[in-house]
Design a protein around this ligand. Sequence first.
Ligand SMILES: C[C@H](O)[C@H](O)[C@H]1CNC2=NC(N)=NC(=O)C2=N1
Length: 97
Amino acid sequence: MRPAKLDDAQRQAALATLDGWQVVPGRDALTRQFRFADFNAAFGWMTQVALMAEKLDHHPEWFNVYNRVDVTLTTHDAGGVTELDVQLARFMSRAAA
Ligand SMILES: C[C@H](O)[C@H](O)[C@H]1CNC2=NC(N)=NC(=O)C2=N1
């Protein structure tokens, strides 16, 4: 069962509950930049997220340099942001807090 793309109102409502996340300009996707104390902290967090991503069968686009991880979330199968992206974004924020 594939989740449906959120409409504008649903996406805005979801964003209002997510700390630091924004819509990618010109793309139906969510983004946030995470910063950690060092590479070890960043990669530890990425490992936690990777296990959750496998559990959800939903995977981030991300880019890591040292203590920084730039994340983009979208549901490729749906062509836009779905509840799965909101769920993973919430997990990421909580795990980084
Ligand atoms: C076959 C597998 O279930 C799909 O390719 C999953 C895997 N992970 C995924 N991750 C993301 N972000 N979007 C998807 O549409 C997606 N689809």
